[in-house]
Design a protein around this ligand. Structure first.
Ligand code: MCA
Ligand code: AMP
Length: 505
């Protein structure tokens, strides 16, 4: 039976003996293993009651099995719903109740807390999967048959839901179809010249678009291999770079590498391509990396809702501070945010995109979906940019109140809501301030109620355990009042300017 995404995976896995994933400990999974293990896992999913169209929510540590589980969901016709491993139980409660998954899979260490949440949300089954091939799901898969009749799914059927935080309300589940993922991966494979001979050094997390779709799907479409690290670790990156041909990373990876004296032409001699995305790469990092290695980092631009939209060229100038050209098949325009009219070339406006890469809408939120599309189906990204005379797209700012820290999105509103709910707090403003390692550092400016005394340590302890660690402010500043414009709106630009030097970056 035809399954749009998995048929393409099978088609490009020409050599079953070829390595699909090798871990940092030398464990190897071939493309034949991919077939057999995803069949075993898909059989277990079906036994557990997962049907076509169901959601499978997954919060597990990075491992080859986690990737196989993603592919098993695709084979079983389900929508894969990955969750950041940093999410606390408080955060998970919302995702599980909103998505109504048929099955939740978590790390064995978190079973108790998550099982209670799942039971409260009426989820039928909870299984576990650990990094060491352990957990109840791994155990069941080992007993299951290594063949599976892949469930039929068409290009428009749902393949995944990825939650992305909302600037105003709660997180929204971006629904991505089989063809959203397949078309983008095929485009990237060609644009970045991936072949079966490539070995990708994979140090990203796998619960977001970057590590899961941009990296893994592109490798699958090329029938290529990955060297899998549990997380970014400069030591391991240098140890394995001599065996890799490509790497994808967020700017923090490159900031850390350029500060490392091991970064040389010799260390990178086996590499053909370094890709950066998820947040702006400083032109200074680009230049310094090129000076030390001879490699011009290729910067590209995407979103959870759209997969990848633009990329600097493989051949031709990779211009620092730009995100390159719209990818083949992607239409991109810059408009006046108020009127929606296209602005003249070179002028700054809202970036809007359209193409097979753009998602199907937000899970059970038709009004929010409608609000983010123009009548002619262009998606309003919330990013402000311009197209220069040579056709390169520049991102110059954000029309949305968002902080990107080390490649993770943090929505100020979410952190402010937590702080504002604390005793003695009158109000707060959360901003992103230049940070030498994370690009932007989450920073909270807090006003106490009249007569109340607050201390930063107390606020921080109250936030811990409620918000994922990467969302926690790196600094909390207590002030008497917040700057406001004549309309009474807090001037975050003034705050960003006031505190721009606090991290010394
Ligand atoms: C870890 N911490 C962070 C971050 N990561 N704080 C702020 N921002 C972060 N990103 C916390 C840790 O919990 C720890 O807290 C302290 O900071 C220092 O941790 P450290 O060991 O330095 O961090 P790390 O483990 O080395 O992680 C940094 C990292 C990682 C390697 C940059 O965050 C990472 O892999 N980021 C990639 C994110 C990503 O894949 N984004 C793609 C989204 P404590 O000391 O208190 O324990 S997809 C996307 O955006 C779109 C679609 C796109 O275009 O790609
Ligand atoms: P996410 O919601 O996690 O998918 O993050 C998407 C956002 O990351 C985009 O809307 C941009 O604001 C930002 N982003 C991704 N790639 C780049 C880039 N190369 N330069 C600047 N911002 C980027």
């Amino acid at each position: 039976m035809s399954n749009h995404l998995f048929d393409l995976v099978r088609l490009h896995a020409a050599d079953p003996t070829k390595t699909f994933i090798e871990t940092e400990t030398g464990r190897v999974l071939t493309y034949a293993d991919l077939q057999a293990q995803t069949a075993r896992l898909a059989n277990v999913l079906v036994e557990l009651g997962v049907k076509a169209g169901d959601r499978v929510a997954v919060q597990v540590e990075k491992s080859p099995e986690a990737i196989l589980l993603y592919l098993a969901c695709i084979r079983a016709g389900a929508a894969f719903l990955p969750l950041n491993t940093a999410y606390t139980l408080t955060e998970l409660e919302y995702f599980i109740s909103d998505a109504e998954p048929a099955l939740v899979i978590c790390d064995p260490a978190r079973r108790e807390g998550i099982a209670a949440l799942a039971a409260a949300a009426g989820v039928a089954a909870v299984e576990t999967l650990g990094r060491a091939q352990d957990g109840s799901l791994a155990h069941k898969a080992a007993q299951a048959k290594p063949v599976f009749d892949t469930v039929a799914r068409g290009p428009d059927d749902l393949a995944a839901i990825l939650y992305t935080s909302g600037t105003t309300g709660r997180s929204k589940g971006a629904m991505l179809s089989h063809d959203n993922l397949a078309s983008n991966a095929l485009t990237l494979k060609d644009y970045w010249r991936f072949t079966a001979d490539d070995v990708l050094l994979h140090a990203l997390p796998i619960f977001h678009t970057h590590g899961l779709f941009v990296a893994t799907n592109t490798i699958l479409m090329a029938g290529a291999s990955m060297l899998f690290l549990p997380k970014f670790d400069a030591e391991q990156v240098f140890a394995l770079m001599g065996r890799a041909t490509t790497m994808m990373g967020v700017p923090t990876f490159y900031v850390r590498l350029v500060q490392d004296e091991r970064l040389t032409r010799h260390a990178t001699r086996h590499m053909r391509l370094f890709v950066s995305g998820s947040a702006p790469l400083l032109a200074e990092t680009h230049r310094s990396f090129q000076e030390k290695t001879g490699h011009a980092i290729l910067e590209r631009y995407g979103m959870t809702e759209t997969n990848m939209n633009t990329s600097n060229p493989y051949e031709g100038a990779r211009v620092a501070g730009t995100v390159g050209f719209p990818l083949p098949g992607v239409s991109l325009r810059v408009t006046d945010p108020e009127t929606g009219a296209e602005v003249a070339r070179g002028e700054i406006g809202m970036i809007e995109v359209k193409g097979p890469n753009v998602f199907k809408g937000y899970w059970r939120q038709p009004e929010k979906t409608a609000a983010e599309f123009r009548d002619d189906r262009y998606f309003i990204t919330g990013d402000l940019g311009k197209i220069d005379a040579d056709g390169y797209v520049h991102i110059v700012g954000r029309g949305k109140d968002l902080v990107i820290s080390g490649g993770y999105n943090v929505y100020p509103k979410e952190v402010e809501t937590e702080i504002d709910g604390m005793a003695g707090v009158a109000e707060s403003a959360v901003i992103g301030v230049p940070h030498p390692d994370f690009g932007e550092g989450v920073t909270a400016v807090v006003v106490p109620e009249k007569g109340a005394t607050l201390n930063a340590g107390g606020i921080m302890s109250a936030l811990e355990g409620r918000l994922a660690k990467y969302k926690l402010p790196k600094r909390i500043i207590i002030v008497e009042d917040l700057p406001r414009n004549t309309m009474g709106k807090v001037q975050k630009n003034v705050l960003r300017d006031t505190y721009k030097g606090i991290y010394g970056g």
